[in-house]
Write a protein that binds this ligand. Structure first.
Ligand SMILES: NC(=O)c1ccc[n+]([C@@H]2O[C@H](COP(=O)([O-])OP(=O)(O)OC[C@H]3O[C@@H](n4cnc5c(N)ncnc54)[C@H](O)[C@@H]3O)[C@@H](O)[C@H]2O)c1
Ligand SMILES: *[C@@H]1O[C@H](CO)[C@@H](O)[C@H](O)[C@H]1NC(C)=O
Ligand SMILES: *[C@@H]1O[C@H](CO)[C@@H](O)[C@H](O)[C@H]1NC(C)=O
Ligand SMILES: *[C@@H]1O[C@H](CO)[C@@H](O)[C@H](O)[C@H]1NC(C)=O
Length: 294
């Protein structure tokens, strides 16, 4: 009974905290942090890398695109003169992840903010998905999170501090036509973060913060031809993401009103969800899409 009252009390307190406008909540200082961003060679990862550099953090970027890595690094060097370290790393390959993680620890130090951002996409009807592509998608979009967390969590546990960020997607909340494998990996990413949260809590490591980000379509390379009203600017999404990280928020949809999807989905009949998607042109949004595998 006492526990029950305590639960209600914490719940009300946390709910009230959510109501306080963001601008009143303190942002943490990340100028002494070592931030590793996977997929930092382009798109959203690059935007986050630039923002952390602007905040004075040491930035490490991993990517398979060497040219993209060079571009991100030289832009950071030019604009902020901050330390940026770029590594070619294929996050789908755990041997590569573990070996580059060792290099990072030697060259730079213990990573204090890990951002699992690298991701790929294919858009196709379920039966047309190529088996090898499905496997690769799972390796890049979700299995890689296991290898990076295994590599960088130990030093966070050791100091009971640090932050892990997962760039998931609203597709991880609501599945969509032609996105079956992608949405499945994003749902897995969300679930991994939830499980880690409770595991860290029970281990008494509640000072390690976790943030899961669920954006709608962003106009990056991944979705550059998307034809929907339902697209946000990557810069806006990057600003919102920085805000969520600096304020230690646990779960954020971008735009925020997408919380509605999370709340309504379990109670709406699936037919209504599909009709809503139709309204947003989800079926045809990716008509001219060329997948990560072409
Ligand atoms: N663009 C969108 O509409 C959208 C919406 C929601 C979520 N997201 C997520 O945001 C994240 C960033 O995507 P983006 O939009 O910037 O796409 P992007 O294609 O512009 O960038 C992805 C980056 O990941 C890198 N990458 C791919 N495979 C890799 C591998 N095996 N190892 C290391 N790096 C690899 C790519 O080279 C690229 O630089 C992804 O996880 C994506 O799923 C994107
Ligand atoms: C990236 O930069 C490195 C070091 O400056 C250089 O050796 C390499 O050729 C560059 N690669 C590409 C693809 O631009
Ligand atoms: C890095 O983390 C390890 C534990 O994983 C710890 O022994 C070491 O002292 C840390 N290094 C620094 C510079 O904090
Ligand atoms: C996250 O950070 C805050 C400080 O901003 C801290 O109070 C909290 O315990 C941290 N951890 C989790 C898991 O929320």
């Amino acid at each position: 009974m006492l526990l029950f009252i305590r639960l209600i009390f914490v719940w009300i307190l946390e709910a009230l905290k959510k109501l306080v406008p963001n601008c009143f909540r303190a942002k943490k200082d990340v100028s002494n942090d070592i931030v590793l961003i996977t997929g930092g060679g382009s798109g959203f990862g690059r935007l986050l890398a630039l923002r952390f550099a602007e905040h004075g953090s040491t930035v490490i970027i991993w990517d398979i695109n060497e040219h993209g890595l060079n571009e991100t690094k030289s832009e950071i060097d030019r604009k902020f003169g901050t330390k940026c370290f770029a590594y070619l790393c294929d996050v789908s390959n755990r041997v590569d992840v573990y070996s580059k993680a060792e290099s990072v620890k030697k060259d730079v130090g213990n990573v204090t903010i890990l951002i699992n951002n690298a991701g790929i996409l294919q858009v196709d009807n379920f039966l047309s998905l190529k088996d090898e592509n499905v496997e690769r998608l799972f390796k890049v979009n979700i299995l890689s999170h296991f290898w990076t967390c295994k590599a960088f969590l130990p030093s966070m546990l050791n100091s009971n501090s640090g932050h892990i960020v997962s760039i998931a997607s609203i597709g991880g909340i609501v599945g969509a036509p032609k996105f079956s494998d992608y949405c499945a990996t994003k749902a897995a990413a969300i679930s991994l973060m939830e499980s880690l949260y409770s595991e860290l809590y029970f281990a008494g490591k509640s000072n390690i913060n976790l943030t899961t980000i669920c954006p709608v379509f962003m106009r990056t390379a991944m979705a550059k031809t998307v034809n929907s009203d339902f697209v946000i600017e990557p810069d806006f999404a990057a600003d919102q993401t920085m805000d969520a990280i600096l304020r230690n928020e646990n779960f954020v949809t971008i735009p925020r009103w997408q919380y509605l999807s999370c709340m309504l989905k379990p109670i709406l009949p699936p037919k209504v969800v599909v009709m809503f998607m139709n309204l947003l042109n989800a079926q045809n949004a990716f008509m001219n899409y060329h997948s990560s595998f072409n």
